[in-house]
Write a protein that binds this ligand. Structure first.
Ligand code: AMP
Length: 586
């Protein structure tokens, strides 16, 4: 195999550290690529950025400062103290290694010339060594490399091993250099960038363009196992602006507030990447299972948002509830305590077919056929419309079920990997009304429980008292905050108030499974008051067609025995609270 002396690479690095000009960095890379044998292109591309693999593989050499000191000491014969002093003086372990190597008493006469692949492969072995004895193994490998290195080479080897090469070679600089070297000039940069966005692997792009030129890059395809850089959304502040921008009919989707997942399915193997393209498969064993049971395709790439769910009521929980999934330990236990639901919103590959080049409307249809909805698996609800009012109404519903707002999508747009563009437009609320007080609300209906709550009521429909009317008007459905004893006790107590139909004093658009005479009052807290097309408290008072609702409601544990239903929080009070706390967001 053709190889390149590591000294050539290092010469180039020496030039690169002296400049911060992007053009000079690019020129240096161009001359390097011009001399690099084909087999080395991938490895060299990673090395120049101080890595061994693309970021999504999450591979580190695994050398810390202590280990580096010991390796330098072993290779040069200098004591650890001397090396620490050098490090303190120079402020960089690579420079300390260089100085130490210079003062090495005896330069070995038959020093073997280091090659790029020898350096890469040794670092790679260090990265792959694990378990008992791996620290010593890494030490031997690093000391061995340094034993064959010139002082300047030693400097860069140590920096690379520590993960601190820092030549300032950004992704776009590499893409420029590849375009100039292999694709006839900088104009080809956009094509290369597209390929990069589809595979997140610069080494792969380098090999592909060197092998078959621009043509192969233009037909670059996504593949299972390599994360696609995610498409991002722009933002506008009203439904009207969005409809205008998208030129009429568009598709509004609920915007869930959880963790974005790119799911790759290859036969029985499921891999999950985060929005930043880290592998998070291990944090979500439950998501892996859900995908296995609901995605029939053998080879597919899909995108979804994972949202924490209250295990009893099935209510969506705020985003913070997912944070415990970021821990290293106790993931299984966390998954059991707070389950998730996956809401799918895009499909990038289906049975090996690249869907990123197909328009949204076609991808959505494909998504609908590829995902079997069930417990824990849903598609993000979508509304096709050209009406700003319909979008506003849809948004209120989204907010009420715990979403952040909407993402409105251009029906004709392909999946634009890595791009933030007006093909997806976020619509969030402009105002927010925090709810600081608790409320006392009347139980007027109930919903059958599921899962752990089968056999008892899983959630209740609550109402506020409308004094002028002497009616009860619905404000929320609550299923969170109840212990098993609370639920059993409430079920028993409510049995005496069951009715075959809604109470004549109840005004509700929502259908409950069971109705009650207004009698039992409970205390509930919530994150805020929102406008709702579903609930009837203060209907039409603040906005036509909308009432007020509680968002993220939670039972405090208190049944207000002391209150009659007419003593419950009134509609008037809710309107007051809404106005008092209304604040512009952002
Ligand atoms: P932002 O991060 O504010 O730019 O908003 C875009 C994010 O919303 C995406 O990265 C997804 O994580 C999330 N999201 C939730 N629901 C959807 C949806 N239906 N379509 C697209 N993105 C969504």
């Amino acid at each position: 195999m053709d190889d390149l002396p590591y000294s050539r690479l290092v010469e180039c690095y020496e030039a690169m550290v002296k400049t911060s000009k992007r053009t000079e960095l690019t020129d240096a890379l161009v001359s390097l690529y011009g001399r690099t044998p084909a087999e080395l292109l991938g490895k060299m591309t990673y090395l120049n950025q101080g890595k061994l693999y693309p970021d999504y593989m999450g591979v580190e050499v695994g050398v810390g400062e202590k280990l580096a000191e010991r390796a330098i000491s072993t290779a040069t014969g200098l004591g650890i103290q001397t090396i620490r002093e050098l490090y303190r003086k120079l402020g960089d372990m690579g420079s300390a290694a260089e100085e130490a190597a210079k003062s090495r008493r005896q330069e070995s006469l038959f020093r073997e010339e280091l090659t790029v692949s020898a350096v890469y492969d040794t670092l790679d072995r260090m990265a792959k060594s694990s378990g008992k004895g791996s620290v010593e193994a890494r030490l031997d490998l690093l000391a061995g490399l340094m034993g064959s290195a010139s002082p300047t080479e030693a400097k860069y080897i140590v920096r690379t091993a520590l993960g601190k090469l820092r030549l300032g070679v950004a992704d776009y600089t590499v893409l420029d250099a590849l375009a100039i070297t292999f694709a006839g000039g900088k104009e080809a940069r956009a094509d290369l960038e597209r390929a990069y966005n589809l595979c997140s692997d610069l080494g792969e792009v380098a090999k592909a363009v060197a092998r078959a030129g621009l043509k192969s890059i233009r037909s670059f395809k996504i593949s299972v196992g390599r994360p696609v850089r995610p498409m991002l959304a722009e933002r506008l502040s009203s439904a009207r602006e969005i409809v205008e921008k998208l030129g009429g009919e568009c598709s509004a989707e609920y915007k869930y507030d959880g963790e974005r997942m790119q799911v790759h399915k290859d036969g029985g193997v499921v891999t999950i990447f985060s929005r930043r393209l880290e592998k998070i498969t291990g944090n979500y064993p439950d998501a892996v299972k859900l995908v296995g049971s609901s995605v029939g395709a053998r080879r597919a790439i899909l995108e979804c948002e994972a949202v924490a769910v209250d295990p009893g009521s099935g209510d969506l929980l705020p985003f913070q509830q997912l944070m415990h999934r970021r821990r290293k330990h106790g993931v299984q236990e966390a998954a059991a305590r707070i389950p998730i639901s996956l809401f799918f919103f895009d499909i990038l590959m289906h049975e090996g077919k690249d869907m990123t080049v197909r328009p949204y409307s076609e991808r959505r249809l494909r998504l609908e056929s590829a995902v079997a909805e069930g417990e824990g698996i849903r598609l993000a609800p979508a509304l096709r419309t050209a009406s700003p009012d319909a979008i506003e109404g849809f948004m209120q519903r989204a907010i009420e079920v715990g979403c952040e707002g909407l993402v409105v999508k251009d029906l004709k747009s392909r999946y634009r990997a890595g791009a933030r563009a007006f093909s997806w437009i976020k619509l969030k609320r402009e105002y927010r009304s925090e709810l600081t007080d608790s409320t006392d609300l009347v139980i007027v209906g109930a919903f059958h429980g599921r899962g752990r709550r089968a056999g008892v009521y899983g959630a209740y429909l609550l109402a506020a008292y409308d004094k002028p009317d002497d009616t009860f008007r619905s404000v929320t459905k609550v299923g969170t905050g109840f212990s098993d004893e609370d639920l059993a006790g409430l079920s028993r107590r409510l049995d005496g108030y069951r009715m075959a139909h809604p109470s004549p004093r109840l005004v509700s658009k929502m259908q409950a499974d069971v109705w009650f005479q207004p009698a039992v009052v409970i205390e509930v807290v919530a994150s805020e008051l929102t406008l709702s097309p579903i609930h009837t408290a203060a209907l039409d008072r603040i906005r036509p067609g909308a009432g007020l609702a509680l968002r993220f409601p939670k039972f405090t544990g208190k049944v207000r025995e002391d209150k009659s239903p007419e003593d419950a929080t009134t509609v008037e009070e809710l309107v007051g609270m809404y106005g008092a706390q209304l604040k512009k967001i952002g």
